[in-house]
Write a protein that binds this ligand. Structure first.
Ligand SMILES: CC(C)(COP(=O)(O)OP(=O)(O)OC[C@H]1O[C@@H](n2cnc3c(N)ncnc32)[C@H](O)[C@@H]1OP(=O)(O)O)[C@@H](O)C(=O)NCCC(=O)NCCS
Length: 163
């Protein structure tokens, strides 16, 4: 049987686990490399402390990504999802998002919301491919180098999710 090229493989051994405060320094390094306007260390520590669903993605014991979800009143919000640059485009982000959506459904949530920069086409394609649809726009929501950037608001219903 033909083997798929390595760059197209989803790393089979990725593991999702709860993020602990001890992970924050590594998470912060990935965050700072990924975003022009990264979250602060305090934001990540608060997310862990207040009990948001914070997940670390590991490959062979190495932290290669993370995702943060808040849930309540039937709604989940994906607050952050990030994959270390050298591990992107291999299906890790898709598996992480599916994992967070499955956790939200297990917690009894019926819908997931998120915001994304209109310029972030990689993330938008990922979200659309998993069923997210635009429901609105927040004007000037994000910091940007030339001033502010809008946020596209996306929503996905969870009732038909099978992951
Ligand atoms: C968005 C992000 C999490 C995607 O992670 P990833 O592991 O590279 O994504 P995957 O390999 O699982 O790709 C899933 C889908 O996303 C889309 N996608 C991912 N990277 C893309 C790119 N560079 N260009 C276009 N589409 C892309 C594709 O639709 C892809 O499906 P396909 O492989 O069938 O074409 C990653 O790019 C990232 O960490 N970016 C920096 C942080 C960020 O912007 N987070 C989102 C904030 S809202």
């Amino acid at each position: 049987m033909a083997t798929a090229p390595e760059h197209l493989d989803v790393p089979p051994a990725i593991v999702f686990r709860a993020m602990a405060e001890g992970d924050v320094s590594q998470v912060l390094a990935i965050e700072r490399a990924a975003y022009a306007f990264p979250w602060s260390e305090g934001i990540f520590r608060d997310c862990v402390r207040v009990g948001y669903t914070c997940r670390a993605v590991e490959l062979a014991g190495e932290l290669i990504g993370y995702g943060i979800l808040s849930a309540g009143a039937g709604e989940a919000h994906i607050l952050n999802i990030c994959v270390r640059e050298e591990f992107r485009c291999r299906g890790v982000g898709r598996r992480l998002l599916e994992h967070l959506m499955a956790l939200a459904r297990e917690e009894g949530m019926s819908e997931v919301f998120l915001e994304v920069r209109p310029s972030n086409t990689a993330a938008i394609r990922l979200y659309q491919s998993l069923g997210f649809r635009q429901i609105g726009m927040r004007r000037g929501y994000y910091q940007a180098s030339g001033g502010r950037e809008d946020a596209v608001v996306l929503k996905c219903a969870l009732e038909h999710l099978h992951c």
